[in-house]
Write a protein that binds this ligand. Sequence first.
Ligand SMILES: [Ca+2]
Ligand SMILES: [Ca+2]
Length: 194
Amino acid sequence: MMSRRGDHPDHHRLDAQSGSVGVAQGRASPETPTISKGGPVKNRLIGLAVATAIAVGVSLTGAVPAQAATPAIQITKIYYNSPGTDTGSNASLNAEWVRLTNTRTYTINLKGWTLRDKSSHIYTFTSNYYLGAGTRTYVHTGKGVNGYPDVQHRYWRSAWYVWNNAGDTASVRNPAGTLIDSCTWGSSGSYTYC
Ligand SMILES: [Ca+2]
Ligand SMILES: [Ca+2]
C-alpha cells in the first residue's frame, strides 16, 4: 500500500525501524503515592512502613515525581496523519499539526522555543509570540501566514510532512535548549492527545 507515507525520504528507513517501539513512551500519568499519615505512629510501625514502601518502590514523602509535573508548554495534541491520501499538497500538509498549550497562569513568550521530530526537523519560534495563560497555538506543517485564520495558527513552511504516520516523537524545548515536553506515538490512528 502506498497510501501511508513517512517522513522526508532520506529519513524514511531510520524512522521506520524505530516506529514500532514508541507506543509506551507517552506522558506518564501523575500518580502520587499515598502513604497514610493519620495519627501518631510508633517507630516500629514507621519502620514497617519504610520497609513496605521500599518493597513496592514508592516514595514516603508522597512528592510527585519531577517527570510527572505539568510542563509549562505542553504538547496537547498532534494530528500526524492528515485526513485522506498524503499527496503532499499544501492543504494536506497544513492538516498535519501540533497543538501546544500554555498550562501556566501567565503569558509565555515563545520566541526562541523549538519544536522538533525524532529526525531533528526543527521549527523555531523566531520572533516574539506571546501565548496567553491557558491558551493554545497550532503549528501547521505547510505554508501559510502566521496569525491566520487567527492568532493561534503558525506555519512551519515545510515542503513535506514532518510527523510520521508510522510513529515519531515530538519534543518542545525552551530557548536554553532544555527539553520541556515530548510526545511519542506508534503506527495506529491519525492523531494523539499525547
Ligand atoms: Ca493521510
Ligand atoms: Ca519525522
